[in-house]
Design a protein around this ligand. Structure first.
Ligand code: FES
Length: 147
């Protein structure tokens, strides 16, 4: 019986945290936090970027190109929940893009697709955008030296 009560307490607490997170971050970001698509490393990526922000968190972006477009993209982070959400949307935005299109992905466009973030978490989107920029730079240096 005591175990049942404890389990219920844990469930209630978890539901409360979920509700508060959903309220603060919005449904789109919340769902992505629950299911962080595109998380994980790509072996031997064509483009790789790794940036650590002033908050101390690191976001990595992995890109694989085919026929001049991003065929596969993914991210890793050791950071906050927002860095996971932002890394995930950054990878999603990158898929199918040419290098020129990738250069147009900014912190603002990441925030726009996920419906915004609380003020104190907005920098996480800019960190993800910087990691993407580094991955693009890495790709261009390796495969487009002449440009
Ligand atoms: Fe550092 Fe979000 S607080 S990336």
């Amino acid at each position: 019986m005591a175990t049942d009560n404890f389990d219920k307490l844990v469930d209630d607490l978890q539901n409360q945290i979920f509700e508060e997170t959903k309220e603060a971050y919005g449904d789109v970001a919340f769902q992505r936090w629950l299911t962080p698509l595109y998380k994980g490393r790509i072996d031997l990526p064509d483009g790789y970027g790794r940036v650590t922000g002033s908050c101390g968190d690191t976001i990595e972006i992995f890109l694989r190109f085919e026929n001049g477009k991003v065929q596969e993209a993914s991210f890793e982070t050791d950071g906050c929940g927002s860095s996971t959400i932002c890394g995930s949307f950054t990878a999603e935005l990158a898929i199918g893009k040419t290098p020129d299109d990738l250069a147009d992905i900014t912190g603002e466009s990441i925030l726009e697709i996920l419906g915004g973030l609380p003020e104190e978490d907005r920098h996480c989107a800019f960190l993800a955008a910087n990691a993407l920029r580094e991955a693009l730079k890495n790709y261009m240096q390796r495969f487009h030296r002449e440009s």
